[in-house]
Design a protein around this ligand. Sequence first.
Ligand SMILES: *Cc1c(COP(=O)(O)O)cnc(C)c1O
Ligand code: SF4
Length: 391
Amino acid sequence: MKKPITWTPTQWSDWKWQQKNRIRTIEQLDEWIDVTPDEREAFRLTNSVFRMGITPYYASLMNQQDPLCPIRLQAVPKMSETKISNTDLADPLGEERYMVVPGLTHRYPDRALFYTNHNCAMYCRFCTRKRKVSNPKSMINKQAYAAIFDYLENHPEISDVIISGGDPLSLSNKRLAVIFDRLSQIKHIKYCRLGSRNLVTLPQRCTDSLSELLKTYQSRHLSIYFNTHFNCLEEATDEAWDACDRIASSGTPMNNQMVLLKGINDSTERVLELNQRLLQMRVKPYYMLQCDLAEGISHFRTSIATGLKIIKGLRGHVSGLASPHYILDAPGGGGKIPLSPNYIIDKEEDHLIFRNYQGEVYRYPESELELDELTPECLQARITALKSGAA
Ligand SMILES: *Cc1c(COP(=O)(O)O)cnc(C)c1O
Ligand code: SF4
């Protein structure tokens, strides 16, 4: 049995203690798990590119012997990370391309994405922003913050700000208060989302005082949402549940953005068990994201067919609240593309033909032949045939 560092219950529940005692070296990791030769070598080769950082809390969820444990896969580097495939991209979502001022991506007309810092409680091995996250030198400074707020002020079309990073909860409550304060002063900003994985990797950070802070800034002028990132049931611990309770008590709705990851959550059963638990924790499964093309994460990627099969297995079979949107963030900055199994299967002259979740066929009267935008190509061929009277 391993004997990691010791602590008192008070230390364990103190997020500052958790942060200070993060596992950053292979010697520290040795105290928690039986490190495999693959993991040892992977750490040596990757740590200067994308650091390892694991809170004692998250490490305590790892299986000591099993290198394929879904928690361990997310936190400990593997040699597969050193394989850069020729379709990999340093900036898979084109976030730098749409960066209007340093630290702000304005990709959609009404929304802006704000990178408040580049630190996270735990560095997820599949991170889409590993090009800059975990690198303290790439951190944005005070002047950059001022330029970001200027930009937001001068762009009345922006109503929604995503407060991201890194992880915004790596900032102190004082810094967060400044951000919420500035945002609430900008009339056209109606809502914002705190995008944080701390509910999963450092739930101790979601304290009563953070909850109080959120409550203070919730208003008719600015609604705050909490978007988090649970990937598997093993992360939905009692401590995470308690943290969700504290956030919920501030009146802040919580959404989950899961990333589809091989060996972690790539089956209907895995997604279902997580999403049902999340609903109990008052977190709405919002997105299931197709793994992007960030460098060195190809071992995490599943096929889109797998994702569609998962969605098909959820929709209709379980509470609609447990069915997220399945999203492909188009490589290079194309933005989010929703992916859905096909339920429209054919078109007759005056009816559309559907398949329901049980595979049964239903018809609905529809004589409109201008359906091109809504239908898959095979169906468009059928509609063209109908138009030309060949059917
Ligand atoms: C994902 C994303 C958003 C938010 O998209 P929603 O679909 O509204 O959740 C905004 N800006 C950028 C750059 C994004 O990648
Ligand atoms: S919390 Fe988000 S930004 Fe930070 S390492 Fe994980 S995926 Fe990347």
